[in-house]
Design a protein around this ligand. Sequence first.
Ligand code: ADP
Length: 179
Amino acid sequence: MTCMQRIELIQGDITQLNVDAIVNAANSSLLGGGGVDGAIHRAAGPELLEACRKLGGCPTGQAKATPGFRLPAKYVFHAVGPVWRGGGHGEEELLASCYRACMRLAQEYGVSTIAFPAISCGAYGFPVERAAPIAIATIAQALKENPKLQKVYLVCFDRATYQAYQEALTHLQGPIDAD
Ligand code: ADP
């Protein structure tokens, strides 16, 4: 199976997924927020906030792990994406760094399945057309070095996100698999 065949696009709610780890698009306090962060905290229960408090925050471009508590997922990897400020402030590199950090945690925790939301593409304003190829290329690169990771789900909450990812997958399939 090629790297790209281990990446799957799905539309839905990440909190419902029965995977080893889900990624949270957190803010640097790790103390909860809106969007996917709020949904994950609601579904995981108050123990998640307690666990996050002990982590002491997380810098942009990095990620930290907690248990999943009441979620079907065993772990939550809390990644802090960049706020979009026009593209000239290292946002693309910081976004790639987030995906790499989560893929490192996946290796460290020995997960076989992981699901990502579109980090930074909600309240943080990162254009999804620019984020999607970064997410896919970074994940594909890390997959080459982690044979244990069988499946990476890219979870799109809405149709527009799904379409942007679909488009990026189509464009990257050939070049990445040939690499
Ligand atoms: P950020 O602050 O990093 O932009 P958001 O949570 O605002 O994070 O948005 C990130 C992405 O997660 C957006 O595409 C948003 O539509 C999506 N999202 C929101 N809720 C969920 C959910 N329950 N499952 C999956 N994706 C979600």
